[in-house]
Design a protein around this ligand. Structure first.
Ligand SMILES: [Zn+2]
Length: 590
């Protein structure tokens, strides 16, 4: 700014300040939406210390955290006021929608920073057979679903228990009678069996003459007719007959997945690997004003052409209102469970084996480096200690040559197993460890077998990373894990699973405090998307992205954390719009 202009601006500012200080009693413009009667946590206080100790200005008494506001006023897509109930009344106009929260807890809007929403949406459009006890019950449920689907269209379902039903498999007969006009494909809970009706078998051309591929079975009756059940590798005979979703259907899956996230309290997702098809769907939904939650899209490095296009165009510099694209997702190694992750030494339960990584795993070093140079954040999937070391080496090599690339807040997705020497490098290189609290409690049954008693101490090591100054971001990697926020918080705070095992927590020294757990899904994820000036806390001027829940995670997380698993979402507000509200926002159903 030119010196003279600057001084004029300063003068104007001074006049504005004097004016603001005068005892003007003018009413503020009314809010569009007013939340009152809540236990509001603004998270506008300072970050906790690296060991989890709350900041001196955190709202606490000797008994622990207490809310630091009661009401939030929203105009358009922004928060205009946060404070007590009395002052909030000034924002109440004749057209203001008032939500009385009845003592529910309000936090900055939740963000899941690693999702795959298409799978979630696809599951929404299928018949859910999980927990169904009998064949008749399953047929009844599919028939009810079929009434809303045009004749001739495929109906997909999943979740009947092929293990429990193995001694008396169902057949196509009842299913064909109940659903005669739609081809039906019902996948078993463990994906080892599929069950189809007559029309599905016809479409797949499965007859008495069909033979199963090696490793599979077409179950046939006494007269040699296929019964409708296909096992193991033969399942593909039926699955491959289902046409790929049309562009419209695919877009509907994306929308259904995002809508489900809003229902479950999330105001935003970081979508981990969007190819051209998914970007097209997201852009189309965004253009139509139909995105129910914000999306921070990571381009899929495997879609090279798409990345090269974005490389020429450059990342979104400004935060989009609902869709922001400035990240690239790449894979460096595989998974620990299947022993695909790259380890520095042999797997403890398979001598001579260390997994694969890098180019061998399809990591396109030159593409990813080019995207970093073009101004994109990179988010690299790395699981094993070698996978993580090599990814850090790669990031370091790029930012050594181009120091400004460090500021892009690169991330390692999962950062699951770390050698102690590599832990301090996250802070040094400004790399975010993007991690899934549920993975720890889900993997604990076999992780130690893969890694042995020493290496396992560097696995899911949230506290170790924090103490070394690393920034964390928490997420579910849905649909791989349940994205339920109460499960996520419970995992982070207790390191116990849904069955509350082990009672003392698995390697409990790595636990997060309740405040850190909530920040992991709010403020820290805002940082991961470079949204921290717009979101992550409740304050005037910020995005009106808000989550209301029936349980206070800061209090319950400290006093009786297992109770978190019974929490429920009461309302989700995205960009000032009520994206979801339970019937009565304040009253819990459970
Ligand atoms: Zn993922």
């Amino acid at each position: 700014m030119e010196a003279r202009t600057a001084s004029v601006v300063r003068g104007l500012l001074r006049i504005a300040c004097l004016w603001a200080a005068a005892p003007v009693l003018a009413q503020p413009a009314p809010a569009d939406l007013l939340l009152t009667g809540g236990r509001v946590y603004t998270f506008a206080w300072d970050e906790p210390a690296l060991d989890g100790t709350p900041a001196a200005n955190a709202p606490r008494s000797a008994a622990g955290f207490r809310p630091d506001a009661e009401a939030v006023a929203i105009r358009g897509d922004r928060i205009v006021f946060v404070g007590n109930a009395r002052e909030a009344q000034a924002y109440r106009g004749p057209k203001t929608r008032v939500m009385d929260l009845g003592g529910a807890t309000v936090v900055p809007g939740l963000v899941d920073s690693h999702t795959h929403v298409v799978g979630l949406g696809e599951a929404q459009s299928q018949v859910d057979l999980v927990g169904i006890a009998t064949e008749a019950e399953a047929v009844e449920r599919v028939a009810a679903f079929a009434r809303g689907v045009p004749k001739g269209e495929w109906i997909l379902g999943r979740g009947w228990d092929e293990g429990a039903w193995a001694n008396h498999y169902p057949t196509q007969q009842l299913l064909s009678e109940g659903v005669p006009d739609h081809p039906v494909l019902l996948s078993g809970l463990h994906t080892f069996a599929v069950w189809g009706n007559r029309l599905a078998l016809e479409r797949a051309r499965i007859t008495r003459a069909s033979t199963a591929p090696e490793g599979g079975t077409i179950v046939k009756d006494g007269s040699g007719e296929p019964t409708g059940i296909l096992l193991d590798r033969a399942t593909s005979l039926l699955i491959d007959a289902v046409p790929a979703p049309t562009e419209e259907q695919y877009k509907a899956f994306v929308l259904a997945g995002l809508t489900r996230m809003a229902r479950d309290g999330y105001v935003a997702v970081h979508e981990a690997g969007a190819d051209r098809k998914l970007m097209k769907a997201l852009q189309s939904l965004d253009a139509g004003g139909r995105l129910p939650v914000r999306v921070y899209a990571m381009l899929a490095a495997r879609d090279v052409d798409l990345c090269r296009e974005w490389q020429r165009r450059g990342p979104d510099r400004e935060n989009g209102r609902m869709l922001t694209t400035r990240s690239v997702k790449a894979f460096y190694d595989g998974a620990l469970g299947s022993r695909g992750a790259r380890l520095l030494d042999d797997y403890s339960d398979r001598p001579g084996h260390r997994g694969v990584s890098g180019t061998q795993y399809g990591f396109d070093q030159s593409l990813v480096a080019d995207m970093m140079r073009a101004g994109f954040q990179i988010a690299v999937h790395a699981i094993g200690d070698a996978g993580n070391r090599e990814t850090l080496d790669f990031i370091e090599s790029v930012i050594t040559r181009q120091p400004e690339a460090r500021a892009l807040r690169h991330r390692i997705e999962h950062a699951q197993v770390l050698h102690p020497d590599d832990v301090p490098r996250f802070a040094r290189l400004g790399v975010i460890a993007s991690m899934e609290p549920p993975h720890c409690v889900e993997d604990k049954g076999w992780a130690q077998a893969r890694l042995g008693p020493e290496r396992v101490k560097g696995a899911y090591a949230w506290r170790t990373l924090r103490l070394a100054g690393a920034r964390l971001a928490f997420n579910s990697d849905l649909t791989g894990s349940d994205h339920d926020i109460f499960y996520g918080l419970h995992s982070a705070i207790t390191r116990r699973d849904k069955h509350l095992q082990p009672p003392g927590g698995w390697y409990p020294e790595q636990r997060m405090t309740p405040e850190e757990a909530v920040r992991g899904y709010t403020t820290w994820n805002a940082y991961g998307a470079s949204w921290e000036k717009e979101s992550g806390m409740l304050a005037p001027g910020r995005w009106a992205d808000i989550t209301v829940m029936d349980i206070d995670p800061l209090v319950v997380g400290a006093t009786d954390p297992d109770k978190l698993l019974r929490g429920s979402i009461r309302a989700t507000i995205v960009a000032g719009r009520v994206a979801y509200a339970a019937d009565t926002p304040g009253k819990a159903r459970k």
